[in-house]
Design a protein around this ligand. Structure first.
Ligand SMILES: [Zn+2]
Length: 266
């Protein structure tokens, strides 16, 4: 595996990105780059050096600014195509420079002599999020659908909690031994990871509901304090996005109603 899949981490570490965005180079003679990352010249140079004239194409898991902005300069420099999807609406971290030469669809297969990549559409973190499945190696490049070491942010309107949970379950249909995430290290035990993320999300959703039941109708900032009391306040702006995603799901489920800035049980 290590010989087929090379991981290079961009120097953009931070609250959202951990140690930085992982760029993957798949293959030896015909290389596919996945998520070239932010437009940082030294990182792009690093990718080109590792590719050593053998990079054929660029894939992008989604178009947040830590994943795709290097695609355009890399594509121009090496005269190679870039592939991915566009978001349905608007999102806060959108990279507007990414214009795919071809839109990838769920089920598309990208073949080379050395490997075969299946495209899996996994909306949730972003409406255009894709995972890339290396069939023979049973390894899934997860982008920001699943990260190592932290919970993925689901930020409406482009992020959607229901889609996210469905996209997690979808992965169980594939025979996967290893996750290669967009942030952090390689992960094994894929199904256990999927179950634990799902449990964590549903527990938070149940906590939201319980809180409205016990403390009555509330504004989002009061719910935030109650429901995320276990989280450091520095992270509240991020937690608020995921709380909003939970509330939107509960409204869709017709369990909660939203009126005059107040969330109540329906
Ligand atoms: Zn990311």
């Amino acid at each position: 595996m290590a010989s087929l899949l090379k991981k290079i981490t961009a120097p953009n570490g931070g609250v959202f990105t951990g140690k930085g965005t992982n760029t993957y180079l798949i293959g030896k003679d015909e290389i596919t780059v996945v998520d070239p990352g932010p437009n940082i010249p030294e990182h792009i140079e690093n990718i080109i050096n590792h590719g050593n004239g053998r990079i054929k194409q660029i894939l992008v898991t989604h178009t947040h600014t830590d994943h795709s902005p290097a695609a355009l300069p890399l594509s121009k420099e090496l005269e190679i195509p870039m592939y991915g999807r566009l978001v349905d609406g608007k999102s806060d971290w959108e990279d507007e420079t990414f214009k795919p030469h071809k839109i990838l669809n769920h089920g598309d297969i990208i073949e080379s002599q050395e490997y075969s990549i299946e495209v899996i559409h996994t909306p949730g973190h972003a409406s255009n999020h894709l995972c890339f499945y290396l069939k023979k190696q049973k390894c899934l490049l997860t982008g920001d659908h699943i990260m190592d070491g932290s919970t993925v942010v689901i930020a409406p309107p482009d992020g959607n909690m229901r889609d996210y949970l469905n996209s997690l379950q979808l992965l169980k249909q594939y025979d996967i031994d290893c996750f290669a995430p967009g942030h952090g290290n390689f992960m094994d035990n894929p199904n256990k990871t999927i179950d634990s993320i799902t449990r964590h999300r549903l527990a938070r959703e149940a906590k939201v509901l319980r809180n409205i039941k016990n403390h009555g109708s509330q504004k989002i900032d009061d719910l935030l304090k109650h429901v995320y009391s276990d989280v450091n306040e520095v992270l509240f702006p991020i937690a608020k996005m995921s709380l909003l995603a939970h509330l939107e799901k509960l409204i869709e489920d017709r369990v909660v109603v939203f009126e005059n800035e107040i969330y109540s049980l329906s």
